[in-house]
Every structure is written in C-alpha cells, then in structure tokens.
Design a binder for this molecule. Structure first.
Ligand code: A3P
Length: 437
C-alpha cells in the first residue's frame, strides 16, 4: 500500500470518528493536528481509533510502542506522527509488524526511592471503612433454587484478567463474556441505576455483549432484552438463570474484578450456584500497582477519589484488600473447586498454564486459545458499539499477542522494598516470588 493511501485511509477513519463522537472540530486535518488538544480526544478514544485502524488494515500494528513508549501514556499525538508510525509498521513483514515491548521498559538498576510510608494493617482497615456500607448496594432477595454451575474468575483489577478471559473465550465449550458486574446488585434495575453514569456506563455493556453472542442478535436486540430485564427489576439471580439456561452445556466464566471488593459478593457466587468453580488470578503487587497508577484507576471509584490516600497507596491497598478477600473466601471452598494462577507465569509460559486451567475446567486444551487476538467476534473483544465502551481492560487492544514483557514493566519504576509488611506477607502466602525473600 502506498504512503499516500495509508495517509488518506487514516484521515477518513479519523473523520468518521470525529462525526461519531460529535467532536467540535471543523478545520481541515493536517499533520500537526493534535488528537487531544485540537480534536478533543479522551484517552479511551485512542482505543476506538486503533481498533478501527487495525480492522481497516487487517493486522495488529503494536500501538503499545506509539502510545506508551516509556511505559506510560504519551500526553498527545499529532496526525503526522500517527501517519509516520502506521506507514513504518505497514512496511514491515506481517510477523514483525508488532514487535515486542522495547527494552526501555526492561528492568532498570536504579529505582527512585519511595517518598511515602509503606501501607500498614491500620491503613487497610481505614481503606475498608471508606467503602460504602453493604446496605448501599441493596440486599439481594433470598434464593430458592441454586442456578446451575458457573465459574468465577476472581482477581484484583489490573491483574491480566481481561487477557485471561479472552484466552478462555476462545474455547467453544466455555462462554467468557466481557465483565458482567452482576453479583454486586440485588436486581437489574439497581445495577443500571448504580452504573449509569459517565465514568461507569461502559460496565453495563458486558451483559448486552453476552446476549448478542448467546442469541446471535444485533446490539439493539440484545440491549432491548437487557433493558426489559432492568425495567422489570429482574433479580440478578434470575438473570443469571436465563443466561445459563440459554448457554446449555457451555460453562459460563464470569470475570468481574469488582466481585473481590467485598466478601458478601463472593459469598453470593458460592451460595447461588451449584458447585461453582473459582479461579484466583494473582499478579506481583508491584505489577498491579504500576498498572493501577498508569490507568489512574482511582478516578472511577467515588470512595477512592474522596479518600486522603495517594494513588500509590490506593493501588497497593486495592491489591491487598481484594486478594485477601479472595484468599479468605477460598478457605470456604473445597480444594477441587479452586485454582490459583499467576499472571506473571501465565504470560511467560502460556501453553503450560492454560493447559493446567483447561484440566481444572474439564475441557480439552486447544492451541488456538493461545491466539487471543484471533476471531474478535467469537472472543467478544469487538464491543457493543465502539471499542472504547469495552467492559474490561482497554490496554488489551494495545498488545498483539500474549506479551511476556508486560509482566516486568514495573521494575524500572517501583521497588519491592516500598511494599508494606501486610502486602509482603500475603504475597508469600500466594506463592508470589519477592526477590528480597
Ligand atoms: P499493564 O498495565 O501492566 O500493562 P486487567 O485486565 O485485570 O485489568 O489487567 C490489565 C493488565 O493486563 C495490563 O497491565 C495489561 O497491559 C495486561 N495485558 C492485557 N493484554 C495483555 C497481553 N496481550 N499480554 C500481556 N499482558 C496483557
């Protein structure tokens, strides 16, 4: 493809997005046009743009290198830089068009000393006390009959759970939709009310995407069904029941990191399903903390936004609270119905780890599961309307395969010595290797 054709294609994609998003920009697009400062792009709009570009050019281009060259997001991007990047990647052979993450994110010997005191048990207690009381979520109605078996993928946020869910979604005997965020609410109406705001509305799309797939219907038809369940105030238990009935023999894998925020949500997973299975996905605390900081995850959660803790502390406290909730909860589950998987090991040895997981889920291992960027429709990575509404980690779209380099990126900017004693103790309990140990 000629450079001029690539430039023209990029401009037409950008013009469509400007129309779609109703951005207030009437000037001509020029090489110096900045996507954030001039067009008004939000960070999630970049994901929409790269998914459109990769779909149009039918290949992964490794946008991680353009958008996160130093391991953190760039401040802005000009159209000229975008054109130069795509042109250069399109000139490379397909196999190498998305090279692995560059060595500038590899381990570095010099890590700036932390300026904050390490988190303590007292901080953890304060963090927990800041969370809304159970009654604010609504009390789920008593359940008569348990729903059939489902599997739950439990983790803190930023632990590679989107990647794992997409790997599992590649198996025909499993059904692993984008995040459902169901167990927090008594009924579908309450769920809509809680999530229907600019920061969280994308979390409502997972259930719609699931029904698009189950019924093989359009996004409008699936959205109309879910809207009906919401206006009927259908209990969440019944909503799961409908989904499981229509899934037949396929095993539902429900991955929603919010479930680990409270023991009550986890208890519902145990008590409302027949012999449910649990996967505990863990990640090195420093990897999760850096990921949380880069994604500014606290801005999505009101109690975090209002707290006095720094972003760094909130990240570690979230790792600690969620992993200890899961760990305590799993003491109530028989050993044959739980499996712990480590993200860092998963990306280093995906074949071995996914085979282990398949054995646990009692399905045959398929090599095709290790190609999570193939067949976006079957894996439900294509979203309901636009890619930025994805109910999961948008960074998934920046990678081009299972990326082993992603696990070590924290090493240049964080030190294990900054971790608090409770985090170190729980890491050991979860068999996470800390170098100082
Ligand atoms: P980083 O922010 O450290 O890169 P979750 O889905 O649980 O929120 O996890 C997000 C983390 O998974 C992000 O970590 C993201 O980059 C990583 N991830 C997503 N897709 C990946 C892939 N294909 N290979 C390796 N890591 C991936």
């Amino acid at each position: 493809m000629l450079d001029t054709q690539i430039a023209a294609t990029l401009r037409s994609i950008l013009e469509e997005i400007i129309d779609d998003l109703e951005l207030d920009y009437d000037d001509d697009l020029a090489p110096q046009t900045r996507l954030i400062a001039d067009l008004g792009f939000a960070s999630t709009d970049f994901i929409h743009l790269i998914v459109e570009i990769e779909t149009k050019f039918s290949r992964k281009l490794g946008f991680h290198d353009l958008l996160m060259p130093e391991g953190t997001y760039i401040d802005d991007l000009t159209l000229g830089t975008l054109e130069a990047f795509v042109t250069s990647r399109m000139q490379q052979p397909v196999e190498s068009s998305a090279p692995p993450v560059k060595s500038d994110s590899a381990p570095s010997a010099v890590v700036p000393a932390s300026t904050e005191p390490p988190v303590t048990e007292a901080d953890l207690a304060t963090y927990r006390s800041l969370m809304p009381a159970s009654s604010e979520w609504g009390i789920p109605p008593a359940v008569g009959k348990r729903n059939p078996r489902a599997a739950f993928l439990l983790s803190s946020s930023r632990s590679g759970s989107t990647l794992l869910r997409v790997i599992l979604a590649g198996h025909p005997q499993l059904f692993a939709p984008p995040e459902l965020h169901l167990l927090l609410y008594p009924d579908m109406q309450r769920r809509r009310k809680s999530l229907d705001n600019p920061l969280n509305a994308h979390l409502l799309t997972g259930a719609i995407r699931a029904f698009m797939q189950i019924r093989d219907v359009s996004s409008e038809e699936a959205a109309a069904f879910v809207a009906q369940c919401e206006s009927d105030g259908m209990p969440v238990h019944e909503f799961y029941g409908r989904m499981l009935e229509e899934l037949g023999d396929r095993l539902l894998i429900d991955k929603s990191p919010t479930y680990a925020m409270r023991p009550e949500f986890l208890a519902r997973a145990r008590d409302e399903f027949e012999e449910p299975l649990f996967i505990h996905l863990v990640r090195h605390p420093c990897g999760m903390i850096k990921s949380f900081q880069d994604g500014k995850m606290d801005q999505y959660v009101p109690f975090m936004r209002e707290s006095h803790f720094s972003r760094r502390q909130l990240a570690e406290l979230t790792w600690l609270a969620t992993n200890s909730n899961i760990s305590d909860f799993l003491t109530t589950i028989p050993a044959n119905r739980q499996l712990r998987l480590n993200y860092d090991t998963l990306v280093a040895q995906p074949g071995e780890q996914v085979a282990r997981l398949c054995e646990f889920l009692q399905v045959p291992f398929l090599e095709s599961m290790l190609q999570p960027y193939d067949d976006q429709h079957a894996r439900m990575t294509d979203s309901v309307k636009n890619a930025a509404e994805f109910s999961g980690d948008l960074k998934f779209h920046l990678h081009a395969g299972i990326d082993p380099a992603a696990a070590a990126k924290w090493r240049g900017s964080l030190s294990e010595s900054s971790l608090g004693a409770p985090t170190r103790a729980l890491s050991r309990q979860l068999d996470i290797q800390l170098e100082a140990d």
